[in-house]
Design a protein around this ligand. Structure first.
Ligand code: F6P
Length: 750
């Protein structure tokens, strides 16, 4: 269809060009014809009066000259005529002859350029511009035998030429429009018929119909694709849905139980000493990355290498920084890396979160790039690479590098362990090449990432942006068919793997039923039982659109007074990166905004906005999800956003409505949510109203469909697909490795 549109556009453009060229040509030819026609008419007119003029000139006192000349102006296009003596003196002129023209000037012009202008007869023509418009002037000698007895200046009106040209243009324009319209309609009909015929023939051919030579070149590809789809579907159907056991089994079958090592900045368990100093508590960070990956490592076992950021992390780990987790159900090892305050400042707050974070999220926050931050980022990447080499137990480990904190790590690992399989997953969006290009270290980042065997993003859109950046900034080859970048002989597959949650979510095992959650949350917030509750759960980050969300709540209360006193919005806001100025500003703005809305709409005990600015542990977060009538996710740009999926996972009662920003990766999957543009406050507030008014049946239908999707496309599938792809690559690399050893042996090289 796209091609057909392009074809029609090209056709219309071509026709427009041809019409334009034709109109220029026609106008030029017409102007030539008209001029020749006028010159001829003038000569004929003067010739017909020649004898009368000569006979008048023969008189001593010619009295009828003006009358003879007046005879000539009966033709409506002839404006005036003058008769001049051979020496340029005026002899007679008609009344309408233009004052601006005179015999002397034309006599002088005849003499000055007689060769250039005159015809054999001695006549010549010109076009003169007069105040009333252009006129055509013919200068014609009055010959008596070979002797010129004077000359006539005959002036003709040219305005009709302009009129004719305009009429011609109108006609050509209409003809072009008609032609273009007919050509487009005919092309579209022809394309549709051809497409229908072509797909029918292809279908017949694939079902074993008559052989068609034109399909032969693509048959190999079609069959391979069909075989692959059939094999994948069958394997999926046989194996059922993805579970921890299936993931473990996949790892054993495809990767012979290799140990998986995850490198991520954030650790899944943070040990914090209480402020009074006598108790150590385990905190689960507010991080989509941890939410998704922790269940994967629990299923696969292996190691997680992360920054040890808790106040009691050192004392709870061994001398090498290792500790077995999860606490009480130990199944994998967490290796903590200790960073100096300067390293943390430059690597985490500086380059990762003031540089790369705003660079990758299109939220109009200017990235800050400092060379000292870049140095710290490079140093810390090397330190993690060193730690990784200490954690692996083979020459070809499977390493999962996570996120924008470690763009240089894949290359560093490849240099130290050339046979490793490195999967890098980028949890945040990847910007278009032009935006990415402002980073002074764009080449180093791309080159670092291309040390990976597989590079994963949430969406195909992010993959395409990455491929474009590699194409634009690096000496590399892009294989669009395979979605791969080939650089110095090394291939990196670039694939979309939309991240998800474990299913079922283990936190829900200990979360009370929905009714109880609603009761306890309503009591805490002092809401009446018939109140309506909306919830937002975020790290306080400017990409999450918390300000826009509160403004939409304010707009709802302004435009729908019915909800005043009934609807309360509770925002669970985990403080995040508060050392950075932009985040401090956000905290203040959100606080101010909540106070303003409450100032406007609070009545008695009723407060429309409850801002809970604190870290909430997952069981508490799930209690709020289950208590709410709606959950609002209004990110201005977000790789996936797992809050949306968590809300869906929490609602086993099939109630509650999800209002979801169109700028999240999740919006591509959770299409039954009410999808909004968070920059459009009217749209978001209308969606809030629609959610609060939605019937139970509709809520059930939407929630059921979203739950089916999240349970199917869970995080075990996400990890499984990446690991299966990695296994295929390893097999291929081993085979090609063996083959090249074999060839080297055969040729005497070893
Ligand atoms: O979105 C990227 C990400 O790494 C997520 O995994 C997580 O939600 C967030 O950033 C965590 O931020 P931080 O680790 O800086 O607190």
């Amino acid at each position: 269809m796209f091609r057909a549109t392009r074809f029609v556009l090209a056709l219309v453009l071509g026709l427009a060009l041809v019409t334009w060229a034709a109109s220029v040509l026609v106008q030029r030819s017409m102007a030539g014809w008209f001029e020749r026609d006028l010159a001829l008419r003038a000569r004929l007119a003067v010739n017909s009066s020649r004898l009368a003029i000569l006979s008048e000139l023969a008189q001593e006192q010619p009295r009828q000259l003006r009358a003879v000349l007046s005879e000539l102006v009966h033709d409506e296009r002839i404006m005036g005529v003058a008769l001049c003596a051979p020496d340029g003196r005026p002899l007679a002129r008609t009344k309408e002859f233009p004052q601006e023209l005179d015999c002397g000037e034309f006599d002088a012009r005849s003499r000055a350029s007689s060769d250039a202008m005159a015809e054999a007869s001695g006549s010549w023509t010109s076009v003169e511009s007069l105040p009333g418009g252009s006129v055509h002037v013919s200068v014609i000698p009055v010959l008596d035998g070979n002797e010129a007895r004077g000359f006539v200046i005959l002036v003709q009106d040219l305005s009709f030429v302009g009129r004719r040209e305009r009429a011609t243009q109108r006609f050509l324009g209409l003809a072009f429009g008609f032609l273009a319209l007919s050509a487009s309609v005919v092309t579209i009909i022809a394309a549709r018929l051809a497409w229908r015929g072509w797909s029918k023939q292809l279908r017949e051919f694939l079902k074993g119909g008559p052989q068609r030579p034109e399909f032969q070149p693509i048959m190999g590809d079609v069959r391979a694709l069909v075989d692959r789809l059939v094999a994948e579907t069958e394997a999926d159907r046989e194996a059922g849905s993805w579970t921890p056991d299936r993931l473990k089994h996949t790892l054993n079958r495809h990767l012979h139980g290799e140990k998986v090592v995850i490198v991520a900045n954030r650790e899944p368990y943070i040990h914090e000493r209480a402020e009074n100093g006598d108790k150590i508590a385990v905190r689960h960070p507010a991080s989509g990355l941890v939410t998704a990956l922790e269940p994967v490592l629990r299923a696969c076992s292996g190691s997680w290498i992360a920054h040890g950021s808790g106040s009691a992390d050192r004392e709870t780990a061994d001398r090498a920084g290792r500790i077995r987790v999860p606490p009480g159900e130990e199944s994998y090892s967490l290796r903590r890396i200790w960073l100096t305050p300067e390293e943390e400042q430059g690597y985490y707050y500086g380059f990762a979160n003031e540089g790369l974070w705003p660079l990758c999220h299109i939220t109009h926050v200017r990235p800050i790039f400092r060379s000292e931050d870049w140095s710290a980022y490079s140093v810390v990447n090397r330190r993690f690479a060193d730690a990784l080499c200490e954690e692996v137990d083979s020459e070809d480990p499977i390493v999962l590098v996570q996120d924008y904190h470690f763009a240089l790590l894949p290359r560093l690992v490849r240099e130290r362990l050339p046979r490793s399989t490195v999967i890098m997953f980028w949890h945040i969006p990847w910007p278009n090449a032009q935006s990415f290009g402002i980073c002074p270290w764009r080449k180093d980042l791309l080159d670092g990432m291309l040390g990976a065997s597989i590079l994963g993003f949430h969406t195909q859109f992010d993959c395409n942006n990455f491929l474009d950046a590699a194409d634009r900034f690096l000496e590399s080859r892009i294989d669009r068919e395979q979605n791969a970048v080939i650089q110095r002989g090394h291939t990196t597959l670039v694939r979309p793997y939309p991240i998800s949650l474990e299913w079922p979510v283990h936190w829900l095992r200990s979360t009370p039923p929905v009714d109880e959650c609603r009761k306890s949350v309503f009591e805490e917030l002092r809401l009446s039982p018939d109140a309506l509750l909306g919830v937002g759960v975020d790290r306080l980050d400017y990409t999450k659109g918390v300000e826009e969300r509160l403004l939409a709540v304010e707009r709802l209360l302004e435009t729908s007074p019915d909800f005043r006193g009934r609807f309360t919005f509770v925002q669970l806001a985990a403080p995040s990166r508060t050392i950075i100025e932009r985040y401090r500003l956000l905290n203040e703005n959100v606080e101010r905004l909540a106070a303003r809305i409450n100032g406007r709409f609070s009545r008695g005990d009723y407060r429309p906005v409850v801002l809970l600015r604190a870290h909430h542990e997952p069981p508490d977060v799930y209690r709020y999800y289950r208590a709410a009538d709606l959950c609002c996710v209004t990110s201005l740009h977000d790789g996936m956003n797992l809050v949306a999926k968590e809300f869906v996972a929490a609602r086993d009662d099939e109630r509650g409505v999800l209002v979801l920003s169109q700028f999240t990766g999740a919006a591509r999957e959770l299409t039954e949510a009410l999808i909004v543009n968070p920059y459009d406050l009217d749209e978001t507030s209308s969606a809030l109203a629609a959610a609060l008014d939605m019937s139970r049946d509709e809520q059930r239908e939407r929630m059921r469909s979203m739950r089916a999707l999240v349970s199917d496309l869970n995080v075990y599938r996400w990890a499984g697909r990446m690991l299966v792809d990695a296994a295929r690559l390893r097999r291929r690399d081993r085979l090609t490795g063996r083959l090249s050893d074999h060839l080297a042996f055969g040729t005497g090289r070893t």
